[in-house]
Design a protein around this ligand. Sequence first.
Ligand code: INI
Length: 154
Amino acid sequence: MKSVAGNLDGKGLKVALVASRFNSFINEKLIAGAKECLVMHGASEDDITLIQVPGAFEIPFAAKKAVDADKFDAVICLGTIIRGATSHYEHLASAITKTLMDLSMNSKIPVTYGVVATETIEQAIERAGSKAGNRGYDAAMSALDMVNLNRQKL
Ligand code: INI
């Protein structure tokens, strides 16, 4: 059996982080987690571009702009949607997920998903570096993995 997989080598990679400001105290932790992961795996801080947008709704637009810029190896999307804070939680969360998935399918570079969607602020905090890992770090790991997978011939 032939097996194909990526790896986590981040050397020389140029990465865009698209992060929203809404719930910024959580998003800052996601950004820090993503940065930590990239640098820990060999990426240079100078090769990471942070693109900030107002809210999660605006993430797909900026992510598309980053894909179209043709200068990044991957785009990592970071944001936080909390049900308690919005009546349109479901629409927002599912529309963003679907739109980013569509973007990913039409993109030559990997687009990864570090958007935390939770019922409560506490759950969001847990996913931003306390009890339940850091979704920013995880999304960066996936980006590294997928960039290196993408370099391989099938
Ligand atoms: N944006 C978020 O990133 N998270 C939320 O929980 C949220 N709530 O609660 O509404 C939110 N709203 C703003 C939205 O993403 C847009 O920025 C806004 O509607 C302007 O287009």
